[in-house]
Design a binder for this molecule. Structure first.
Ligand SMILES: [Zn+2]
Length: 335
């Protein structure tokens, strides 16, 4: 029998493996390694560098964030929260859901393959506690937090099919606001109740700026929060007080994944042409934001590299929900 030296190449019948492996390696480099990401997006950093600066916050200003899930407020705005507080502004956060719809997370946290309603409800209470600790790390007083307790993954259903008839969460099996510490316990899960609760929160604070997800965000809960915020601020004649951010911004955004603190947060592909402004963070603010992100242990265990990708030297805030043009120029005048 002829001796065959060992080879790296697969045998003839499996040569198709070579391009598959090459594509997998290229994808891994593109997603995780900054120089490779830069190669594929040569203009991305320059576009961010050219953006106007986010106007500074001022003493006495009231900043309110509508956070669809516990963690969004820190990912989008942790650095700006620190800047606002340092300037003497007051920061308020309203959490729309308690994050009780994340199946992998409930399975992981509950150590069970098919989590039942109890595991999802436990996850919600855990995430509410993480939200309290993370916002405390950013200096927000507990009295400035509100939890509405609406169903994670269900907001678009409330907005569309369940505006007047109660929605039953397929994960927590709840059809009304039930978590201890929620703002309106017993309110059935309807779009009308959600809209009323959001309006009451905004009326109580009367914020100078309301920071909300952009309607381009890929997550349905984020988009619904955006639609409701747009509607309620239009009714108040205060659309110019809205500012928009994105968390789920399109294919693999933000790139690269993982911890790259000196890299910029580039523009999300789903919302490339909004009227973005750039909030530059100091290294200390980036570190502090990272500390707050790491408080969300139930999330970082599964989404750590995605969440770390927001620990960057800048954050992004748009003054309009649509690209600047005739539709937005009058309704959303620049500040
Ligand atoms: Zn979210």
């Amino acid at each position: 029998m002829r001796f065959r030296p060992p080879t790296l190449f697969p045998p003839k019948g499996r040569r198709w493996l070579i391009p598959v492996l090459l594509i997998a390696v290229a994808l891994a480099l593109w997603i995780n390694v900054a120089p490779f990401t830069r190669l594929t997006q040569p203009m991305a950093a320059a576009r961010v560098a050219r953006l106007p600066a986010t106007p500074p916050f001022y003493s006495g200003e009231k900043i309110m964030i509508l956070s669809p899930h516990p963690d969004d407020e820190t990912l989008c705005c942790g650095g700006m929260i620190e800047q606002a507080r340092a300037a003497g502004a007051e920061v308020y956060v309203t959490f729309v859901t308690s994050g009780d719809g994340f199946e992998f997370d409930a399975a992981f946290e509950g150590r069970q393959l098919r989590p039942g309603a109890g595991a999802f409800r436990s996850l919600a209470l855990k995430r509410m506690n993480e939200a309290r600790a993370a916002t405390r790390a950013l200096g927000i007083p507990a009295s400035h937090l509100s939890f509405l307790g609406y169903p994670d993954g269900g907001l678009l259903h409330l907005f569309l099919e369940n505006y007047a008839t109660p929605y039953l969460s397929p994960t927590s099996r709840l059809d009304k606001v039930s978590y201890a510490g929620a703002a309106s316990p017993g309110n059935s899960y309807t779009g009308l109740n959600l809209e009323r609760d959001l309006t009451a929160q905004v009326e109580a604070v009367n914020p100078d700026l309301l920071l909300v997800p952009a309607p381009q965000d890929a997550h349905p809960d984020h988009r619904t929060t955006s639609y409701l915020a747009l509607r309620l601020m239009a009714e108040r004649g205060q659309t110019s007080r809205l500012r928009f951010w994105v968390i789920h911004g399109g294919l693999e955004w933000p790139l690269p994944k993982g911890l790259h603190r000196s890299e910029p947060l580039t523009l999300p592909s789903r919302a490339m042409n909004l009227a973005w402004t750039r909030a530059d963070l100091t290294p200390a603010q980036v570190l502090q934001k990272g500390e707050a992100i790491r408080v969300y242990r139930s999330q970082t265990a599964l989404l750590g590299r995605f969440m770390q990708a927001f620990e960057r030297k800048n954050e992004l805030l748009s003054t309009t929900p649509l690209p600047p043009g005739p539709l937005t120029d009058t309704a959303y005048p620049s500040r």
